[in-house]
Design a binder for this molecule. Structure first.
Ligand code: MF3
Ligand code: CO
Length: 263
């Protein structure tokens, strides 16, 4: 069963998501060569707790940190550590919190210093695929209109969809129905209805869809060691179309522009 949220519940999810967006904003300017992901983790945990919320991942199936920090070939679920980031790295930050009984969840891949044109292009195409998918998240469409659109955009640029991990519904629980893969066709392909709230999160590899999980049992990386990008928004389906709950609009263009300029 896919739960249909009331407008009050959607506002509570939005409030959680806005705290997560604030956390992204607080760390994005600190992502420079030399900083460690453990430092970013401490900062985000402090911010989330200072606002009366809890980190969503900490303790989830034993996950040990507040953020997931996935560097270069790492796709998702990278555990923060004390290695300084280096010029030319890219880092996916996935942040979640629980506030007022509802979850917020947002992922974004950031450049560290100067990136190669190939890495910028991967980030741009992945972010674009997310927005192409979001455009399809409207009543009357089926879930596969979202997921197939993401897949088509990614594959037409020569990249690979990660199939081992998927997006999800969100609300009182972090992971609710439906599962939201980044490909079509789908085994379960519900029609989208107003009040559904889903996390759409394309994970895109440069050279293979094959994934390896590290001995920490969390960190998932592209098997060929080439970079991987991940972007995630929480989207409410409303009668007038998709509504992004996870970011305020002033950030949207700001984050797309540097990517457009470089490619
Ligand atoms: N955004 C991820 C998700 O949707 C983050 C989960 S990290 C975990 O599942 F540690 F909680 F698993
Ligand atoms: Co998620």
């Amino acid at each position: 069963m896919i739960s249909i949220k009331t407008s009050r519940e959607i506002e509570l999810i939005r409030t959680s998501c806005q705290l997560v967006a604030d956390a992204h904003r607080a760390v994005r300017d600190l992502i420079v060569p030399g900083v460690t992901t453990a430092e970013l983790d401490r900062l985000v945990e402090r911010l989330i707790r200072s606002r009366g919320a809890e980190p969503a991942w900490k303790g989830y199936h034993g996950y040990p940190a507040t953020i997931c920090a996935s560097v270069n070939a790492q796709i998702v679920h990278g555990i923060p550590n004390d290695h300084p980031l280096q010029n030319g790295d890219m880092i996916g930050l996935d942040i979640g919190c629980r506030l007022g009984g509802y979850y917020g969840d947002q992922g974004y891949t950031y450049p560290v210093g100067d990136l190669s044109p190939e890495t910028w292009r991967l980030m741009r195409v992945t972010l674009e695929s997310l927005y192409k998918g979001i455009e399809q998240a409207r009543p009357g469409n089926r879930l596969s209109d979202v997921t197939g659109t993401i897949q088509a955009w990614v594959e037409s640029h020569g990249y690979y969809i990660v199939r081992n991990f998927v997006g999800h519904g969100i609300g009182r629980k972090l992971h609710e129905e439906p599962q939201v893969p980044n490909y079509a066709p789908l085994e379960k392909n519900p029609r989208l209805k107003p009040g559904m709230v889903i996390c759409i999160e394309p994970m895109v590899n440069m050279g293979t869809e094959e994934v390896v999980v590290a001995s920490d049992n969390w960190t998932a990386a592209a098997a060929d060691g080439l970079p991987s990008a991940h972007y995630e928004h929480v989207v409410a389906i409303t009668s007038s179309g998709p509504e992004i709950l996870s970011v305020r609009l002033e950030d949207e263009t700001a984050s797309l522009e540097p990517i457009r300029q470089k490619v």
